[in-house]
Design a binder for this molecule. Structure first.
Ligand code: UD1
Length: 355
């Protein structure tokens, strides 16, 4: 039984469900954490993800209430289905609830993208990851760094370095050059002459000063900025009266959240991506696009070490200076595996379940 709930989990579930259902009976549970079409159904349709067997429809609320409702609704489903194994992915509240519900019912638990750490406990995701990792029976790691992080916390049993499942998704859905061209002309964007921005983390969106600094940097950018906005970002831009200055000019174009293929397309031809998303830092790297990450730290440290990603504080001057210094490094080593992660995970689970 695989538990998903938020956008990055749908992306990872696409290759995972396909690989699992070849060898196992695979049940998909959607907690309902993301429910807007643009954040949820759009991905199921585009990526051919099977319709969830259960949708718990928890919706949005505070962390405690949201996670609590998920737990309350997951438990009877797990009791009814009695899966041999529960799989959780990444670090959202749905990951935390799935991990807690399974371990309380003594159902073996596997965590995909285990061992990632930002070492910043102010992030809800960091707490979700740490708890999921310590409850898991099987840990699937994307990188050596993740394996090392787990080792430091005493987790060494059934830890598998399998590569990153997002590479599988990316390889399967890489847009064709002519589709990318079409999208660029739809938004009147010159190839390599625009920035793609995505900002959705609470630390950036819910703090007026930080969000205003970011918007002000975008408005001063030498390149046009295309900005697919998460619903919470749009809400906070409105609340902090930052929408008017954006709408007054042409430099920043706010658009609806993109589908997966469109997101890959715009990332692949951007001069750079400016983001606070974890997944996009990785996707930009794999696509060979430089990235500026508006955060104090990142879990994806390899993208920093290779020079393709830079951490930039939410400060107008520093963001603009980083935009002015964007360069493509020469070396582009393969950091996240070969795109056969889902198959590897399904194989390992098959062996463990038979044992
Ligand atoms: C969640 C994950 C984050 C992940 C992100 C991907 C947690 C703690 N965070 O953040 O790790 O990077 O998903 O997008 O689980 N909202 C809508 N429509 C929706 C869903 C949310 O409008 O379909 C709005 C609501 O105002 C909600 C807010 O977005 O309160 C935040 O949603 P939530 O699911 O709590 O967290 P995300 O910011 O999406």
């Amino acid at each position: 039984m695989t538990i998903v709930g938020a956008r990055p989990q749908f992306i990872k579930a696409a290759p995972l469900c396909r690989a699992l259902s070849r060898k196992h009976r695979s049940i998909l549970v959607h907690t309902g954490q993301h429910y807007d079409r643009s954040l949820s159904q759009q991905f199921f349709d585009q990526m051919g993800i099977p319709r969830p067997d259960y949708n718990l429809e928890v919706g949005s609320s505070g962390h405690g209430q949201q996670t609590g409702q998920m737990l309350q609704r997951l438990e009877p489903v797990m009791q009814r289905v009695r899966p041999h194994l529960v799989v959780v992915l990444g670090d959202t509240n749905s990951t935390l609830a799935g991990a807690l519900a399974a371990s309380k019912l003594h159902i073996p638990l596997a965590h995909i993208e285990a061992g990632m750490r930002s070492f910043n406990r102010n992030m809800p995701e960091e707490i979700n990851r740490v708890v999921a990792d310590h409850l898991s029976d099987i840990s699937f790691c994307s990188t050596d760094t993740a394996v090392e992080n787990l080792k430091r916390e005493g987790i060494t049993r059934r830890v598998y370095l399998v590569g990153d499942i997002m590479v599988d998704a990316l390889k399967n859905f890489l847009p064709r050059p002519q589709d990318i061209d079409r999208l660029l002309s739809k938004y009147s964007l010159p190839p390599e002459g625009y920035l793609l921005a995505t900002i959705h983390r609470a630390e950036n969106t819910d703090d007026r000063r930080r969000l205003a600094e970011i918007v002000s940097a975008f408005l001063g950018s030498p390149w046009p900025v295309v900005f697919p906005a998460h619903p919470r970002t749009l809400k906070m831009l409105g609340r902090f009266r930052l929408l008017k200055p954006i709408q007054a000019g042409r430099q920043v174009r706010i658009i609806s959240p993109l589908g997966y293929v469109e997101s890959l397309a715009l990332q692949s031809r951007a001069r750079a991506v400016v983001t606070d998303s974890g997944g996009i830092q990785k996707e930009a790297y794999i696509l060979g696009t430089p990235c500026l990450t508006i955060r104090q730290e990142t879990e994806w440290v390899e993208t920093l070490n290779t020079g393709w990603n830079r951490l930039v504080p939410a400060d107008r001057k520093k963001i603009l200076s980083a935009i002015g210094r964007i360069r493509k490094p020469r070396a582009h080593p393969r950091l996240y595996g070969d795109g056969r992660t889902a198959q590897r995970i399904a194989g390992i689970l098959g062996r463990l379940l038979r044992a």
